[in-house]
Design a protein around this ligand. Structure first.
Ligand code: ATR
Length: 271
């Protein structure tokens, strides 16, 4: 049976085995998918062992996405842009191909909630690895502009400079933000500490959609905050998780699984 896995540290709470098992059942693929804990100082070794043992492909999650980028022989264009990978496929000639499906997953999930991103004024909060992974695919959707705001301004500036050739991107501080925006994406890890990026409440209006790339059993702190201020739609990152997995599955198996039912089933399991 074809073997797949996800590597991370920690990895115990990964939803990926659940998601890929549902995809495999839905598309009638004979494959296994397991969660593998990699030691913080030994990821290259366990990855090499997995493929030496016949592994067909894997996902890579926190904190190994940047390191994995340097361990493959081929990179997709979107992986090059992101500077990190979350998916590896072993090609027929035995080479490792790295891809990054996070941004495509975000865009696909956004398009389940919003008809189009074309012409939107988008605000992206955060300038870490999660932000970097999604900017290229967001710009491909031809928004009117994309503003990157971050606690550490210099990191937002660096990202804006990096992606400037692809579209209208600019950097801002949280405090100096002035709208209007049509869509706010929260890629910061502030929610992990129960915090919210300190952006002006005046940015939230009744026509805005907010998307928190985090998720949990209840509504995320950021979405609670925006809903309290009257935001039209408050979406969490569970759909992005399933949609990025579907893109990885497609890369490995050549079949695109349906995501809506899997998102619903995962949501029921979180509760
Ligand atoms: P990830 O891969 O999840 O993006 P990361 O690369 O460590 O993780 O980036 C975390 C992001 O969340 C950064 O943009 C960080 O801001 P700084 O660059 O200023 O560190 C942001 N972040 C983390 N905690 C935050 C908080 N409490 N308020 C606002 N931003 C926060």
């Amino acid at each position: 049976m074809d073997r797949y896995a996800v590597f991370g540290n920690p990895i115990g709470h990964s939803k990926s085995p659940f998601i890929h098992t549902l995809f495999a059942r839905q598309t009638q693929q004979q494959m296994s998918y397991e969660a593998m804990l990699a030691p913080l100082d030994g990821f290259p070794q366990v990855l090499a062992q997995f493929f030496a043992d016949g592994g067909k492909g894997c996902n890579v999650t926190v904190p190994f996405k940047e390191q994995a980028y340097g361990l493959v022989q081929q990179l997709s264009p979107r992986a090059k842009l992101a500077g990190a990978i979350n998916t590896i496929r072993r090609t027929d000639d035995g080479l490792l191909l790295g891809d990054n499906t996070d941004g495509a997953g975000l865009v696909q999930d956004l398009l389940l909630h919003i008809p189009s991103l074309a012409g939107l004024r988008i605000l992206l909060l955060g300038a870490g690895g999660a932000a970097r992974g999604v900017i290229g695919p967001l710009l491909e959707q031809q928004p009117a502009n994309l503003t990157i705001a971050n606690r550490t301004f210099s990191k937002a500036e660096q990202l804006a400079e990096h992606f400037a050739p692809l579209g209208a991107v600019r950097a801002a501080t949280f405090e100096a933000l002035t709208g209007p925006f049509d869509l706010i994406l929260n890629s910061t890890s502030a929610s992990l500490a129960g915090e919210i990026p300190p952006i002006p409440a005046a940015l939230i209006h009744e026509d805005i959609a907010v998307y928190d790339m985090m998720y949990g059993p209840g509504e995320t702190p950021f979405n609670q905050w925006a809903r309290g201020l009257g935001a039209r739609a408050c979406i969490d990152g569970l759909g992005m998780l399933v949609c990025q997995a579907a893109e990885s599955f497609m890369l490995w198996r050549g079949i695109r699984p349906g995501t809506k039912q899997v998102i619903a089933e995962l949501r029921r399991n979180l509760g």
